[in-house]
Structures are given as structure tokens and as C-alpha cells.
Design a binder for this molecule. Structure first.
Ligand code: APR
Length: 259
């Protein structure tokens, strides 16, 4: 991890007035959760999933729920790893940065709830949360473990609509409330941290371009190159569990007036 890049990133963040983070699966690798692409990725191991997952759910919601409750393959591995996972120093560093009033919002593509577990409050989960269920008609959300599943498919107690996992499937629209929040936060930012994301899945992958178009600076934290690396103002080539605490330490020093 080059010291100069950490220095450059820390100075850009201290100078900015509205810093947000776009977070991907890489953020949770050091919590034991595999990413999707690249080395150790679930798609690397099991192949890309069916891009019509949502259509299949709509065609046979009962069958989908029966398969889900049996769960095999990558779904089983992901759920098992997430349920055992704890926040790593990277999650704690972002929570600290929020507590300092520096980080205004996290847009996470992860469904593992680890930002909240680390104490972050301003979190938009663009791909949902593994521990929640959601009604596809009225968008109400429910705690997964409190929801009765005797009857399949489960129906919404508010409107009678179909209830599914809150996790967004391929082909499923991003819930309008969370998409709007992500767009609002992106529109306000003048500095965006890109942490552990390959930045290839839309609409999340559009946010860095939106941010750049309004003059925001981009800071990438990733051990590997991504399609956005060349457009970033600072690139910290390292694991987020190490890079973020190092970055927060330097930001504190700069804010305390230490050159
Ligand atoms: N620290 C930081 N970044 C890391 C680490 C680490 N320790 N380990 C790996 N990475 C990086 C990889 O280099 C890669 O760029 O994390 C990124 C993970 O990329 P993906 O697996 O594609 O994850 P993500 O960008 O979140 O994928 C977006 O795709 O399949 C969907 O719904 C899924 O939310 C996911 C979306």
C-alpha cells in the first residue's frame, strides 16, 4: 500500500464537504465472506447465476420459496458465511469516519448487515439485506426470522402482496425508496470512496460516473485494478481491512493539524 496514495486520499477527504462510500463484496472478504468475481469469487466457483432469477420467482413463487428453504450451491455457501461473519477493521473504520462527521453515507451492494453491526447508521443497501423480507407490492420490509413461513408463498400482512427475500435478484428492479436515496446521496457528494467493488453491476456502477460528472473526486480502495481505476484521483492498492484504518488514522492527524 503506497504511503503517497494514502496521503493523497486523506487530503482529498479532509478537503471535501460531502464524502460518501460505494461499497462492494471486497469490503467483507476479510470477514470471511467470498466475493462474487475474481479470485475466490462465488461466480468464479459456481458460474454466473441465472439472470432471470426474478422472472422465475414471479412464475412460481411457491416453488421458489421451497427451493430457497432447501438452499443449495452458492446460496448455501453465501448464507452460511454471512451468518458467521463479524465486521472487520474496515467496517469499524467507516463507522468511525461517520462518527467524526466525515463520511455522510454508505451505499453498499452487500446484504451482510456488517456496516450496521459495526455501528454505521447512514447505510443504503441497494441490493437489500439478507436478514429482511420484502413485499413486492407495497415494499414493506420485515425481519426474516420473525416472519411466519408455514404458508408458502408468504403474503404481506399489510397488503396481501407476495413476500420475498429483501435481497435483490438479477432482473429485479431496485426498490424505489432505496434507489432514490442512493441517487440523492450521489448527487450531493464531492468525494466518493470506491471500496471493494468491481464496479460492473448497474445501477450501482453508474454512481461513480454520476459523481465524476459533477466534479467529485474518486478514491479507490481495492487490492486489484478495476475498470474505474484509471479515472480515480487516488488509488490505495490494498485490502480494505488494512487500508481503511490506515486512512482514518491519517485523516485524524490532518484534522488535528499534524502535517
Ligand atoms: N479489500 C478490498 N477489496 C477487495 C478485497 C479486500 N480484501 N478482496 C477483493 N476485493 C475486491 C476485488 O478486487 C473486486 O474488485 O472486491 C471486488 C469484488 O468484486 P465483486 O465480487 O464483483 O463484488 P461487487 O462489486 O460487490 O459485485 C456487485 O454483483 O453479483 C452481484 O449482487 C452481487 O452485489 C454484487 C454485485
Amino acid at each position: 500500500m503506497e504511503h503517497e496514495e494514502v496521503e493523497k486520499a486523506a487530503r482529498l477527504i479532509v478537503k471535501a464537504s460531502y464524502v460518501i462510500a460505494l461499497v462492494g463484496a471486497g469490503m467483507s472478504v476479510e470477514s470471511g465472506i467470498p466475493p462474487f468475481r475474481g479470485p475466490g469469487g462465488l461466480w468464479t466457483k459456481y458460474g454466473e447465476p441465472d439472470m432471470r432469477g426474478y422472472d422465475r420467482f414471479l412464475a412460481d413463487p411457491k416453488g421458489w420459496w421451497e427451493a430457497r428453504l432447501k438452499r443449495e450451491g452458492y446460496g448455501r455457501e453465501l448464507v452460511d458465511k454471512i451468518s458467521q461473519a463479524k465486521p472487520n477493521p474496515g467496517h469499524h473504520a467507516l463507522a468511525e469516519l461517520e462518527g467524526m462527521g466525515v463520511l455522510k453515507h454508505i451505499i453498499t451492494q452487500n446484504v451482510d448487515n456488517l456496516h450496521q453491526a459495526a455501528g454505521s447508521k447512514k447505510v443504503a443497501e441497494i441490493h437489500g439485506n439478507l436478514y429482511k423480507l420484502r413485499c413486492i407490492s407495497c415494499n414493506s420490509r420485515f425481519e426474516r426470522d420473525d416472519f411466519p413461513l408455514e404458508e408458502l408463498p408468504p403474503l404481506c400482512p399489510q397488503c396481501g402482496g407476495l413476500v420475498k427475500s429483501d435481497g435483490v435478484m438479477f432482473g429485479e428492479p431496485i426498490p424505489p425508496d432505496v434507489l432514490e436515496r442512493c441517487q440523492e446521496e450521489t448527487a450531493k457528494c464531492d468525494c466518493m470512496l470506491l471500496i471493494g467493488t468491481s464496479a460492473v453491476v448497474y445501477p450501482a456502477a453508474a454512481f461513480p460516473t454520476m459523481a465524476m460528472s459533477q466534479g467529485a473526486c474518486l478514491i479507490e480502495i481495492n487490492p486489484l485494478e478495476t475498470p474505474l481505476s484509471s479515472r480515480c484521483d487516488a488509488v490505495i492498492r490494498g485490502p480494505s481491512g488494512e487500508a481503511l484504518p490506515t486512512l482514518v488514522k491519517r485523516i485524524k492527524e490532518l484534522r488535528a493539524g499534524q502535517a
